[in-house]
Design a binder for this molecule. Structure first.
Ligand code: 5GP
Length: 116
């Protein structure tokens, strides 16, 4: 059974997306429903459905997601003021797309992390 989601088609450029960065290991593109002035999804090109599916061999690519997040934050001009990196997992985390992704949010004061 394929674990492919819409994100696999974005990686292969089979459907349109505003891709801001791509290399052999990761792809980053603007979220279709942005929650902040900058809202970019950074994903491994390899399918890892969720954090629950990570294996030790994924450590390299997962570290690379953060390096790319830093590069994109600088490109977007939000590095100095700061930003938020977020990963949702499973039902309680309200994960919608089961291809692991790092949300990069910034461009305004994002407020406290969770409603109190
Ligand atoms: P999750 O809740 O799984 O952490 O977040 C999934 C994110 O993917 C959502 O913010 C949603 O707006 C975004 N998204 C879902 N489908 C598409 C799509 O086809 N294109 C783009 N650019 N973003 C998408």
């Amino acid at each position: 059974m394929s674990n492919e989601t819409i994100f696999s088609k974005i990686i292969r450029r089979e459907i349109p997306a505003d891709i801001v960065y791509q290399d052999e290991r990761v792809t980053a593109f603007r979220d279709i429903h942005p929650q902040a002035p900058t809202h970019i999804l950074i994903i491994p090109n390899k399918i890892i459905p969720s954090v629950n599916d990570i294996t030790p061999e994924d450590e390299g690519v997962l570290g690379h997601l953060f390096v790319v997040a830093q590069i994109i934050a600088a490109q977007e001009g939000i590095a100095e003021n700061g930003y938020r990196l977020m990963v949702n997992c499973g039902r309680h985390g309200h994960q919608e797309v089961f291809h692991l992704h790092l949300h990069l949010l910034g461009g305004r004061d994002l407020g406290p992390m969770l409603a109190r």
